[in-house]
Design a protein around this ligand. Structure first.
Ligand SMILES: [Fe+2]
Ligand SMILES: [Fe+2]
Length: 296
C-alpha cells in the first residue's frame, strides 16, 4: 500500500557545536546566516536561517560535555498521517510529538544507520513575540537584535544533506518506501552514493561506506548550502582564512561544489544548483546509476 508520507522540503538541519561564540563567527559572520529567535525552550540551541527561510539550528551540548548527533528535519504535508506511519514502521528511537512556540509540531526517529531524522509541520504557524540577541539567546519579550550581515557569502537554501549509510538496499526501505522520496540518477562518478529528491528539488544523498574506513569514522555526513556564485564564495572563504579542502569541482549536471569544515569539524559543502532535469543517466531502484546503459 503506498504510504501517505509526503515530504515538501528540508525545514532545517541541526548541527552540533561546542560554543556558539565560535561557531557564529563561521555561520553568521562568514556564511551570512541570520540569527532568529528560537521557538524552543532549550537555551542551548541557536536558530539561524538561510535566505529562503530554511533553518540551521546550531546545538550546543545541553550538559556542557557531550555533543549531540546531527539531525535533518523534513517538512511534511500531513503531520498526523506521518506520525501514524512512522509509529507503525518499526524504526527505532521514535520520540513523542511536541509543539514549538510558533505552533510547529515535530517528531523524531532514527533510520537503520542511526541517522536522526525529524518530521515537522511548516514553521511559523502562529506568530510569536519571542526575541533573540545577536548570539541567539532568546527571551519572551524585549528587543530583537537583528545583526545585519556583512558576509559576502549568501546562502540561498539547503541544497542537500548527505547521510552516511551502511546498506543501500536497506536504507531505501526508509527513504524510498516509507518516506516516498524519489530516487534519481546521481551526477557524480562511480556509484558510491544514491541521490534522492524532494518535491522542491532539494536532495538527500545517502552515501555508502568507503572501503578503507570504518562505517562512520569519515566525512560522509554533511550539509550542502546553496550559493549563487561558487567562485565568489571561494574567494570570500579564502579571505576569511577558511581552508577549502575539496573543490571547486563540477558535477555532471553542472553543479559546482566545494567542501570546508566548520570550527567543530562538521563537514560543510557549498554548491550551486545543478540542472539534472534532462540527464541521460538512469538509476535503478537503489540509485545505482548508469549512463548509455552501462553502470558507472
Ligand atoms: Fe530539529
Ligand atoms: Fe554533497
Amino acid at each position: 500500500m503506498p504510504g501517505t508520507i509526503s515530504i515538501k522540503t528540508i525545514n532545517h538541519v541541526g548541527i552540533p557545536v561546542w560554543d556558539r561564540r565560535v561557531s557564529l563567527k563561521f555561520y553568521r559572520d562568514i556564511l551570512g546566516l541570520q540569527v532568529i529567535p528560537s521557538m524552543v525552550d532549550s537555551p542551548n540551541i541557536v536558530w539561524t536561517k538561510t535566505i529562503d527561510g530554511t533553518m540551521v539550528h546550531l546545538i550546543e551540548p545541553s550538559d556542557g560535555e557531550n555533543l549531540v548527533d546531527p539531525h535533518s528535519a523534513f517538512e511534511v504535508e500531513d503531520f498526523d498521517g506521518t506520525v501514524e506511519e512512522l509509529r507503525a514502521s518499526g524504526y527505532p528511537e521514535i520520540s513523542d510529538t511536541s509543539e514549538r512556540h510558533d505552533g510547529q509540531k515535530c517528531i523524531f526517529i532514527n533510520d537503520n544507520d542511526g541517522n536522526r531524522l525529524e518530521f515537522a509541520t511548516a514553521s511559523g504557524l502562529h506568530s510569536s513575540s519571542r526575541v533573540a540577541d545577536s548570539l541567539g539567546y532568546t527571551t519572551e519579550s524585549g528587543k530583537n537584535e537583528v545583526v545585519s550581515s556583512h558576509a559576502k557569502i549568501k546562502i540561498l537554501t539547503i541544497n542537500h544533506i548527505g547521510l552516511a549509510v551502511n546498506d543501500r538496499a536497506e536504507c531505501m526501505r526508509m527513504y524510498r518506501d516509507l518516506l516516498n522520496i524519489n530516487v534519481i540518477p546521481h551526477q557524480i562518478d562511480g556509484n558510491t552514493l544514491a541521490w534522492t529528491e524532494l518535491h522542491d528539488g532539494s536532495m538527500v544523498h545517502v552515501i555508502d561506506p568507503p572501503k578503507s574506513l570504518g562505517s562512520r569514522a569519515d566525512g560522509r555526513q554533511h550539509v550542502a548550502f546553496e550559493v549563487e556564485d561558487i567562485e565568489a564564495a571561494a574567494e570570500a572563504l579564502i579571505e576569511a582564512d577558511i581552508e577549502i579542502v575539496e573543490g571547486i569541482g563540477t558535477r555532471h549536471d553542472g553543479q559546482q561544489f566545494l567542501f570546508i569544515y566548520d570550527p567543530d569539524g562538521n563537514r560543510i559543502e557549498l554548491a550551486t544548483r545543478g540542472d539534472h532535469s534532462s540527464t541521460r543517466r538512469t538509476a535503478d531502484e537503489n540509485g545505482y546509476t548508469s549512463e548509455n546503459g552501462a553502470l558507472l
